[in-house]
Design a protein around this ligand. Structure first.
Ligand code: PGA
Length: 248
Protein backbone atom coordinates (compact mmCIF):
# COMPACT_ATOMS: atom_id res chain seq x y z
CA UNK A 1 0.00 0.00 0.00
CA UNK A 2 1.32 3.42 -0.77
CA UNK A 3 1.53 5.79 2.14
CA UNK A 4 2.28 9.50 2.12
CA UNK A 5 6.05 10.00 2.18
CA UNK A 6 7.24 12.92 4.26
CA UNK A 7 10.54 14.62 4.91
CA UNK A 8 10.20 17.04 7.80
CA UNK A 9 12.91 19.41 8.98
CA UNK A 10 12.92 20.20 12.69
CA UNK A 11 14.96 23.36 13.11
CA UNK A 12 14.64 23.32 16.92
CA UNK A 13 16.01 26.58 18.40
CA UNK A 14 18.04 27.33 15.28
CA UNK A 15 17.78 29.30 12.07
CA UNK A 16 17.12 32.91 11.21
CA UNK A 17 15.42 35.04 8.56
CA UNK A 18 18.32 34.53 6.15
CA UNK A 19 17.93 30.74 6.34
CA UNK A 20 14.19 31.03 5.76
CA UNK A 21 14.90 33.13 2.64
CA UNK A 22 17.39 30.52 1.40
CA UNK A 23 14.80 27.78 1.77
CA UNK A 24 12.12 29.89 0.07
CA UNK A 25 14.44 30.50 -2.85
CA UNK A 26 15.57 26.89 -3.23
CA UNK A 27 12.25 25.18 -2.72
CA UNK A 28 10.40 27.59 -4.99
CA UNK A 29 12.49 26.05 -7.77
CA UNK A 30 12.17 22.44 -6.66
CA UNK A 31 9.28 20.04 -6.55
CA UNK A 32 9.17 16.48 -5.33
CA UNK A 33 6.59 14.27 -6.95
CA UNK A 34 6.47 11.59 -4.28
CA UNK A 35 7.38 13.41 -1.08
CA UNK A 36 5.70 16.04 1.01
CA UNK A 37 8.37 18.36 2.43
CA UNK A 38 7.72 20.08 5.76
CA UNK A 39 9.69 22.53 7.87
CA UNK A 40 9.16 23.12 11.57
CA UNK A 41 11.03 26.36 12.28
CA UNK A 42 10.83 28.35 15.52
CA UNK A 43 7.25 29.69 15.59
CA UNK A 44 8.31 33.28 15.05
CA UNK A 45 9.33 32.45 11.48
CA UNK A 46 6.39 30.42 10.22
CA UNK A 47 4.83 33.23 8.24
CA UNK A 48 8.11 34.23 6.64
CA UNK A 49 7.92 31.13 4.46
CA UNK A 50 6.33 31.85 1.11
CA UNK A 51 6.93 28.67 -0.82
CA UNK A 52 3.95 26.63 -1.89
CA UNK A 53 6.08 23.48 -2.11
CA UNK A 54 6.75 23.51 1.62
CA UNK A 55 4.33 22.74 4.42
CA UNK A 56 5.19 24.77 7.50
CA UNK A 57 4.39 23.71 11.04
CA UNK A 58 5.29 24.56 14.62
CA UNK A 59 7.38 22.55 17.05
CA UNK A 60 4.95 22.54 19.95
CA UNK A 61 1.42 23.57 20.86
CA UNK A 62 -0.49 24.10 24.08
CA UNK A 63 -2.96 21.67 25.60
CA UNK A 64 -4.89 24.78 26.68
CA UNK A 65 -7.31 26.65 24.47
CA UNK A 66 -6.83 30.23 25.72
CA UNK A 67 -6.25 32.28 28.84
CA UNK A 68 -3.44 33.00 31.27
CA UNK A 69 -0.76 30.66 29.88
CA UNK A 70 2.19 32.91 29.12
CA UNK A 71 4.40 31.69 26.33
CA UNK A 72 1.94 29.21 24.84
CA UNK A 73 0.34 28.88 21.37
CA UNK A 74 -3.11 27.37 20.92
CA UNK A 75 -4.39 25.13 18.16
CA UNK A 76 -7.02 27.75 17.28
CA UNK A 77 -4.23 30.27 16.72
CA UNK A 78 -2.52 27.82 14.38
CA UNK A 79 -5.75 27.44 12.44
CA UNK A 80 -6.23 31.19 12.42
CA UNK A 81 -2.82 31.63 10.83
CA UNK A 82 -3.22 28.77 8.35
CA UNK A 83 -0.76 26.42 10.06
CA UNK A 84 -1.76 22.80 9.53
CA UNK A 85 0.91 20.76 11.36
CA UNK A 86 2.61 20.64 14.74
CA UNK A 87 5.23 18.42 16.31
CA UNK A 88 3.99 16.97 19.59
CA UNK A 89 5.97 15.07 22.20
CA UNK A 90 9.47 15.54 20.84
CA UNK A 91 11.92 13.89 23.25
CA UNK A 92 13.43 17.30 24.02
CA UNK A 93 9.98 18.46 25.17
CA UNK A 94 9.54 15.27 27.16
CA UNK A 95 12.98 15.31 28.78
CA UNK A 96 13.90 18.99 29.16
CA UNK A 97 10.39 20.40 29.71
CA UNK A 98 9.04 17.37 31.59
CA UNK A 99 6.14 16.72 29.21
CA UNK A 100 4.34 13.56 30.28
CA UNK A 101 2.47 11.03 28.18
CA UNK A 102 -0.77 12.47 29.61
CA UNK A 103 0.09 16.03 28.60
CA UNK A 104 1.14 14.89 25.14
CA UNK A 105 -2.14 13.00 24.69
CA UNK A 106 -4.04 16.15 25.69
CA UNK A 107 -2.12 18.14 23.07
CA UNK A 108 -2.90 15.56 20.39
CA UNK A 109 -6.58 15.74 21.33
CA UNK A 110 -6.57 19.54 21.03
CA UNK A 111 -4.87 19.43 17.64
CA UNK A 112 -7.01 16.82 15.95
CA UNK A 113 -10.20 18.44 17.24
CA UNK A 114 -9.49 21.37 14.90
CA UNK A 115 -7.91 19.37 12.07
CA UNK A 116 -4.30 20.22 12.85
CA UNK A 117 -2.09 17.23 12.07
CA UNK A 118 0.21 16.23 14.93
CA UNK A 119 3.56 14.71 14.15
CA UNK A 120 3.64 12.58 17.28
CA UNK A 121 7.20 11.80 18.36
CA UNK A 122 8.00 8.64 20.30
CA UNK A 123 11.21 6.77 21.03
CA UNK A 124 13.28 5.11 23.70
CA UNK A 125 16.42 6.06 25.59
CA UNK A 126 19.61 4.01 25.40
CA UNK A 127 18.93 2.77 28.91
CA UNK A 128 15.52 1.43 27.88
CA UNK A 129 17.04 -0.19 24.80
CA UNK A 130 19.85 -1.80 26.77
CA UNK A 131 17.32 -3.14 29.26
CA UNK A 132 15.47 -4.84 26.38
CA UNK A 133 12.31 -2.81 26.92
CA UNK A 134 11.97 -1.01 23.58
CA UNK A 135 8.67 -2.51 22.48
CA UNK A 136 7.04 -2.20 25.87
CA UNK A 137 8.12 1.44 26.10
CA UNK A 138 6.95 2.36 22.60
CA UNK A 139 3.66 0.60 23.16
CA UNK A 140 3.03 2.55 26.36
CA UNK A 141 3.73 5.84 24.55
CA UNK A 142 1.21 4.87 21.86
CA UNK A 143 -1.34 3.56 24.35
CA UNK A 144 -1.37 6.80 26.33
CA UNK A 145 -2.48 8.66 23.20
CA UNK A 146 -4.92 5.97 22.03
CA UNK A 147 -6.58 5.98 25.47
CA UNK A 148 -7.51 9.63 24.96
CA UNK A 149 -8.19 9.96 21.22
CA UNK A 150 -8.83 6.35 20.21
CA UNK A 151 -7.31 4.63 17.20
CA UNK A 152 -9.34 6.88 14.91
CA UNK A 153 -7.68 9.88 16.55
CA UNK A 154 -4.25 8.36 16.17
CA UNK A 155 -5.07 7.78 12.51
CA UNK A 156 -5.04 11.57 12.07
CA UNK A 157 -1.41 11.79 13.24
CA UNK A 158 1.90 11.20 11.58
CA UNK A 159 4.18 9.17 13.83
CA UNK A 160 7.87 9.89 14.16
CA UNK A 161 9.96 7.16 15.73
CA UNK A 162 13.03 8.86 17.15
CA UNK A 163 15.30 6.79 19.38
CA UNK A 164 16.72 9.31 21.83
CA UNK A 165 20.20 7.81 21.61
CA UNK A 166 20.26 8.68 17.89
CA UNK A 167 19.10 12.30 18.19
CA UNK A 168 21.84 14.84 17.62
CA UNK A 169 24.49 12.24 18.34
CA UNK A 170 25.60 11.42 14.81
CA UNK A 171 24.70 7.79 15.60
CA UNK A 172 21.92 6.92 13.17
CA UNK A 173 19.96 3.78 14.00
CA UNK A 174 20.88 1.11 11.49
CA UNK A 175 18.23 0.60 8.80
CA UNK A 176 17.48 -2.80 10.34
CA UNK A 177 17.14 -1.38 13.86
CA UNK A 178 14.81 1.34 12.64
CA UNK A 179 12.76 -1.00 10.43
CA UNK A 180 12.35 -3.44 13.32
CA UNK A 181 10.71 -0.80 15.51
CA UNK A 182 8.65 0.67 12.66
CA UNK A 183 7.38 -2.84 11.95
CA UNK A 184 6.54 -3.29 15.61
CA UNK A 185 4.60 -0.01 15.65
CA UNK A 186 2.64 -1.01 12.55
CA UNK A 187 1.98 -4.52 13.83
CA UNK A 188 0.86 -3.25 17.20
CA UNK A 189 -1.49 -0.68 15.68
CA UNK A 190 -2.61 -3.35 13.22
CA UNK A 191 -3.71 -5.50 16.13
CA UNK A 192 -6.16 -2.70 16.93
CA UNK A 193 -7.07 -1.55 13.42
CA UNK A 194 -5.40 -2.93 10.32
CA UNK A 195 -6.53 -0.21 7.96
CA UNK A 196 -5.21 2.54 10.21
CA UNK A 197 -1.90 0.72 10.66
CA UNK A 198 -1.40 0.33 6.93
CA UNK A 199 -2.21 3.92 6.11
CA UNK A 200 -0.24 5.70 8.87
CA UNK A 201 3.00 7.38 7.83
CA UNK A 202 5.78 6.49 10.27
CA UNK A 203 8.89 8.65 9.97
CA UNK A 204 12.30 7.82 11.33
CA UNK A 205 14.28 10.52 13.16
CA UNK A 206 17.71 10.56 14.74
CA UNK A 207 20.82 11.72 12.89
CA UNK A 208 19.32 11.24 9.43
CA UNK A 209 21.86 12.66 7.00
CA UNK A 210 22.71 12.61 3.30
CA UNK A 211 24.68 9.37 3.72
CA UNK A 212 22.14 7.38 5.74
CA UNK A 213 18.93 8.60 4.10
CA UNK A 214 18.69 6.21 1.14
CA UNK A 215 19.24 3.03 3.10
CA UNK A 216 16.69 4.09 5.72
CA UNK A 217 14.02 5.03 3.20
CA UNK A 218 14.33 1.75 1.31
CA UNK A 219 12.92 -0.04 4.38
CA UNK A 220 9.31 -1.09 3.87
CA UNK A 221 7.88 0.53 7.01
CA UNK A 222 9.88 3.76 6.98
CA UNK A 223 7.80 6.44 5.26
CA UNK A 224 10.28 9.29 5.47
CA UNK A 225 12.24 11.19 8.06
CA UNK A 226 12.16 13.83 10.77
CA UNK A 227 15.47 15.57 10.31
CA UNK A 228 17.13 17.85 12.85
CA UNK A 229 20.72 18.97 12.30
CA UNK A 230 20.80 18.14 8.60
CA UNK A 231 17.66 20.20 7.95
CA UNK A 232 19.64 23.37 8.66
CA UNK A 233 21.93 22.67 5.72
CA UNK A 234 19.95 23.36 2.58
CA UNK A 235 22.01 21.16 0.24
CA UNK A 236 22.06 18.20 2.59
CA UNK A 237 18.35 18.55 3.28
CA UNK A 238 17.68 18.58 -0.46
CA UNK A 239 19.72 15.40 -0.87
CA UNK A 240 17.62 13.75 1.83
CA UNK A 241 14.41 14.87 0.07
CA UNK A 242 15.71 13.44 -3.21
CA UNK A 243 16.55 10.14 -1.50
CA UNK A 244 12.99 9.82 -0.19
CA UNK A 245 11.52 10.92 -3.52
CA UNK A 246 13.40 8.17 -5.33
CA UNK A 247 11.73 5.56 -3.18
CA UNK A 248 8.43 6.80 -4.59
P1 PGA B 1 18.83 15.06 14.52
O1 PGA B 1 17.45 15.47 15.23
O2 PGA B 1 18.51 14.76 13.08
O3 PGA B 1 19.73 16.26 14.68
O4 PGA B 1 19.35 13.85 15.23
C1 PGA B 1 16.25 14.80 14.92
C2 PGA B 1 15.15 15.35 15.79
O5 PGA B 1 15.40 15.64 16.97
O6 PGA B 1 14.00 15.50 15.33
Amino acid sequence: MSRVKIIAGNWKLNGNKALVDEFNHTFNQTTFEHVSVMIFPPALYVNEFNCEHLTIGVQNVSEQTSGAFTGELSVDMLNDMGITHTLIGHSERRDIYNETNELIAAKVAQAIAVNITPVLCIGESLETRNAGNVYQFIQSQLDSVIEVVGITGLAKCVIAYEPIWAIGTGVTASPEQAQEVHRFIRDYLGSIDEVVAESLSILYGGSVNAKTASELFVQPDIDGGLVGGASLKKEEFLTICHAANQRG
